[in-house]
Design a protein. Structure first.
Length: 222
């Protein structure tokens, strides 16, 4: 079954937002990437330390550029994993900042999938996105394009293996089998990018409102 045959009208989006609230998370819908940028910035207090998860969406809405610029001016303390940029040729990591991100005030990331009942589905290679998503930073901001909305967790996992992971592996310029074939074959490569599956069914009750999800009415990320 295709992933994008959902008719996501306003009432459907409002239902998703309500489901996130029931799951102790806060979600917003914004129409486009410019509004997403303003919304994300409004959630980040001046002077905050900020960690980054690997995400094309953060770059696409222009958030990384703003944070880098403002960080140089001393307005934020950005733990930038990608000083060399996210490029089609591959991602170059600044290793130490991955660890600093675990105790940052704010952690920013995208999501592999968002379900109609307000859950987040992510699969990581090393866990540098999913670990701070569930524990550590005081506030988490997830930026996700409307293309990532799926019916349920099962469909989200299928989307990751059939769509996102092969494209992501190609972005990292790896020689994984899915880059060659476009399909997952449950590889055992040391470069495998699908090692840790984290589904946020519900944020912990004492962490109500810690995870903030900005759903953008545009296609973003992979
Ligand atoms: S398990 Fe391996 S082959 Fe499958 S999508 Fe992940 S990296 Fe690619």
């Amino acid at each position: 079954m295709p992933f994008q045959d959902l008719s996501l009208d306003d009432s459907m989006i409002q239902k998703i937002i309500a489901k996130f609230k029931r799951n102790n998370m806060i979600a917003w819908f914004v129409p486009d990437r410019q509004t997403a940028l303003s919304k994300a910035l409004s959630l980040i207090p001046e002077g905050a330390s900020i960690g980054l998860g690997d995400s094309v969406a953060l770059q696409q809405i222009g958030l990384l550029d703003v944070l880098r610029r403002e960080s140089k001016l001393g307005n934020y303390r950005l733990f930038d994993r990608y000083r060399h940029g996210i490029s089609p040729e591959g991602v170059e990591d600044d290793g130490l900042n991955k660890y600093r991100a675990l105790t940052a005030d704010i952690f920013l990331l995208g999501a592999n999938a968002v379900t109609l009942d307000g859950k987040l589905v992510n699969i990581d290679g090393a866990g540098t996105r999913v670990a701070p998503l569930i524990f550590g930073p005081k506030k988490v901001i997830v930026v996700v394009g409307i293309n990532k909305i799926v019916r349920n967790v099962e469909e989200g996992l299928r989307r990751i293996k059939e769509v996102a992971a092969p494209l992501n592996a190609a972005r990292h310029a790896s020689k994984l089998p899915c880059v060659r074939t476009g399909k997952c074959n449950d590889c055992s490569s040391p470069q495998r990018i699908c090692c840790y599956t984290v589904i946020v069914d519900k944020a912990w009750g004492r962490d109500k409102g810690r995870i903030n999800v900005i759903i953008v009415g545009e296609k973003l990320g992979l």
